[in-house]
Write a protein that binds this ligand. Sequence first.
Ligand code: SF4
Length: 378
Amino acid sequence: MEETGLYLHYPFCVRKCAYCDFLSAPADEGTRAEYADALKRDLAGRAQELGAMKVRSVYIGGGTPSLMEPEEIISLMQTVHDLAGEWLPQAECTIEANPGTVTPDKAVAWRQAGINRVSMGMQAAQDTLLQTLGRIHRRQDVIDSVRIVRQAGFRNLNLDLMMGLPGQSMEDWQQTLELAFSLEPEHLSCYSLILEEGTPLERQVQSGRMRLPDEELDRAMYAETLLQMQNHGFEQYEISNFAKTGYESRHNLGYWDLSPYLGIGLGASSYIDGRRLKNTSDLNAYLEAEDPSKLFSVEQEASRQNDLEEWMFLGLRRTQGISREAFKAFFGTELQEEYGQQIRELIRDGLLERCGDMIRLTRRGLDLANYVFEAFLR
Ligand code: SF4
């Protein structure tokens, strides 16, 4: 039995944020209830795979899974428990929650359902910036939602934060970090805004009505992040992720290690036996299907070349870097044989360094990570 992660996608939100191009949309109560049923049919269709699985993590992502009714979450997780073959001790089970949709009833139900980690989309501490992003919540909702999940007994909380926002100053970012630290999470994710094509925010920036911080400020915000994380006892374990000791996200570590994962739900991806599969993104087809687990396509057949590129890209995102021994165990060849020249050049340019068995990004490499990753694409 192989250790596997399970991802469950919930594609509904109160309303669409201005920067979002994820598979998510508002929906009425009836549609949401139908979807909760379809998810369980999808799980049942995967009974064989689930039965052969040693679950290392479950991640209920979205969308806004905290919109689900308490009984829907309990029933969904019961189905997972009924079907999964084995659970690793300390399996991590996360739900994504958005401030403004968290209630005491729901948080208690999540605990009952066996969920042991909450990942909350805080994003910023300023109401004006939250408004720019089109988020439904305000600063006070973050504080209230964190209090609710703590009161329900959650001891593992992540907050997602965003930098590089239109109109965001260094002072804004420092205040966002300050508020986040004051809420005492065990884990923090800090991502730079990516302007996705076709989103309302992209149109506003293109038309000149909004301006993004320049590259220099963006880098300075990242440097400030690294400094403040260190000052507050958070260890950086990936370019954008920071945790108190022992609270690194097991689910994400699985993605970065190229471990198998099974994706359930609309548009969810799976990585099984080296193949990448993608479920349908057609909501009506998904809701109407007797067995929605049949509605997937193969995005990518097993390919050594793709695995090599992903291994390098995902491995170098982790601050510990890539183990030469683990590389050999996975691919059967030496890292030097595959990428000797690239590694030598990047070390010469001060972007990579060797540390025992590991090859990892330097501090300068962290700033120029995309340039480094490109060197490993063939
Ligand atoms: S809450 Fe998240 S998934 Fe939903 S619209 Fe906003 S950014 Fe997208």
